[in-house]
Design a protein around this ligand. Structure first.
Ligand code: PGA
Length: 269
């Protein structure tokens, strides 16, 4: 690493809407076995997070209570603590289940469920209130990339999400404690076409520059920046070798224990 500040790598698996309860329990057990077989020291060097569907959180929690190698993450939360919001899940409900991380503003939420920078901002604040570490997702569409507006898009998503008013306990200038930012170009998600390592590193630096502007140099230095979008065992070295990329947010490959374990191992540096 070229930075003097050492950030602990973070690799999170986003299982999306995959897996019944028994499948989720089996997957997390397989992952425990793969990691201890392939790379026994990896989990002492890397924060591993698994984000099953809401319905499987308690089952996966039960396995993790026995094999304590990963933290539990949720894929979404509501910004209010309780109320008449049919079908929604709140921060206190997640915290009660032993969830410690939560993905906020994933592009699939923005695209299919009309999430905006404003709802993302409110969700970040809710995560902060309940001690959930948010993994904030930002990323540009293919059209935005081709129009040369990638940087502007990332910057506006980040500033919109972290705008003053989202203040929460323990955070800096409205930024929740333990924030991680995942750069996930939308054109790379689930397409098999990942960004290049240097390209992702350039955006990771931009993210740090915006964080420095919003919350000061300390926030920029300590926040973990992840890459996500078609991460696989055979392309992960390209990202893990970049000084400003501190981990990965993994979709499809996180459903295969051997692949996810290989991605975790790549960050055990
Ligand atoms: P993918 O998904 O790894 O399947 O591209 C990444 C994500 O959506 O976080």
């Amino acid at each position: 690493m070229t930075t003097s500040y050492s950030r602990r790598p973070l690799v999170a698996g986003n299982w999306k809407m995959h897996g019944l309860r028994k499948d989720s329990s089996a997957l997390v057990l397989d992952l425990a076995n793969e990691l201890s077989r392939r790379s026994p020291g990896a989990t002492s060097a890397v924060d591993v997070v698994v984000c099953p569907p809401f319905t499987a959180l308690a089952d996966v929690r039960w396995v993790l209570d026995k094999a304590d190698f990963a933290r539990l993450g949720a894929q979404n939360l509501h910004w209010e603590d309780k109320g008449a919001f049919t079908g929604e899940i709140s921060g206190p409900m997640l915290a009660e289940l032993g969830v410690s991380y939560v993905i906020v503003g994933h592009s699939e939420r923005r695209q299919h469920f009309a999430e905006t920078d404003e709802t993302v901002r409110r969700k970040l604040a809710a995560a902060g209130r309940h001690g959930l570490r948010p993994i904030l997702c930002v990323g540009e569409t293919l059209e935005e990339r081709e129009a040369g507006s990638t940087e502007a898009r990332i910057e506006s998503q980040l500033r919109g999400a972290l705008a003053a008013g989202g203040a929460s306990a323990g955070g800096t200038s409205g930024v929740p404690a333990g924030l991680a930012v995942a750069y996930e170009p939308i054109w790379a998600i689930g397409t098999g076409r990942a960004a290049g390592g240097e390209d992702a590193e350039r955006i990771a630096r931009l993210i740090r520059a915006v964080l420095a502007d919003v919350g000061g140099p300390d926030l920029a230095t300590r926040t973990r920046v992840l890459y996500g979008g078609s991460v696989k065992p055979d392309n992960i070295a390209e990202f893990a070798s970049q000084p400003d990329i501190d981990g990965a947010l993994v979709g499809g490959a996180s459903l295969k224990a051997a692949d996810f374990a290989a991605i975790v191992a790549a960050f055990a540096r």
